[in-house]
Ligand binder design. Structure first.
Ligand code: PEP
Length: 247
């Protein structure tokens, strides 16, 4: 059976002492590993410490597209892999907008992660402008086409796709269940057209955007929703444990 996936994206939050407390608390939760994969994405500077201190699974929030070289401040796929990270987020909307990452760069990062055997969470989603124009499916389709659909069937089958409408991230506005199910089904159909049903069904499609313990159950039981990427609520032990226990 395909496991559900929950990612905790801590972004640029938590100082070392705060992070250690939260990590200890989260490590004590008994996650049903047979049905749920739980991965924490801490700030890169603490990634290595987290991996040494805890038996949970960790990922990097970003990587550079090159493996090494003169790229001051950047971290490569090989480096996060050698630190023990199992996953990486690629194309998060904050990277796309604040750091102006193009689909072309994101595609190169997808390749860098897979060439290093790191599993990836490919993020996509439209802004409010696009949603208001009614062209959100074309937008997401293009992000997929230019960022990840070049992969072979074998490789795409290992990827996770996170649909995160930009207008719902960190805003407290959640996409409604119809909007979520419609887009997830559209992404699944896009994968089926390109790779056939067996491969397409293996890809986990998760939702991100103001998920909380109050709305999680409703969202995570929708058709074609295989879990979630959690930002704000993942910084609080009570919210995160309730969320994890909703599986
Ligand atoms: C995110 O950053 O991926 C996210 C979904 O954030 P939030 O849950 O805070 O909206």
């Amino acid at each position: 059976m395909k496991k559900k996936f929950i990612g905790a994206n801590w972004k640029m939050n938590l100082l070392q002492a705060e992070l250690e407390v939260l990590l200890l608390e989260l490590s004590a939760i008994s996650v049903k590993k047979e049905v749920l994969e739980f991965v924490i994405f801490p700030s890169q500077i603490y990634l290595s410490d987290c991996i040494k201190q805890s038996n949970l699974t960790f990922g990097a929030q970003d990587i550079h597209s090159e493996n090494n070289g003169a790229f001051t401040g950047a971290v490569s796929a090989e480096q996060v892999k050698s630190a023990g990270a199992k996953f990486v987020l690629i194309g998060h909307s904050e990277r796309r907008t604040i750091f102006q990452e193009s689909n072309e760069l994101i595609k190169a990062k997808v390749d860098a992660a897979l060439n290093t055997s790191i599993e990836l969470v490919f993020c996509c989603g439209e802004s409010l402008d696009i949603r208001d124009k009614g062209t959100e499916k074309e937008w997401v389709s293009n992000q997929l086409k230019e960022g990840i659909l070049h992969l072979s069937a074998e490789k795409i089958g290992t990827c996770i796709i996170a649909y995160e409408p930009v207008w719902a991230i960190g805003t407290g506005k959640v996409a409604n269940t119809q909007q979520i199910e419609e887009m997830h089904t559209f992404i699944r159909e896009t994968l089926i057209k390109k790779y056939g049903p067996d491969i397409a069904l293996a890809v986990r499609i998760i939702y991100g955007g103001s998920c909380t313990p109050d709305n999680a159950k409703e969202i995570f039981t929708l058709n074609n929703v295989d879990g979630g990427l959690i930002g704000g609520a993942s910084l609080n032990f009570e919210s995160m444990s309730t969320l994890l226990n909703s599986f």
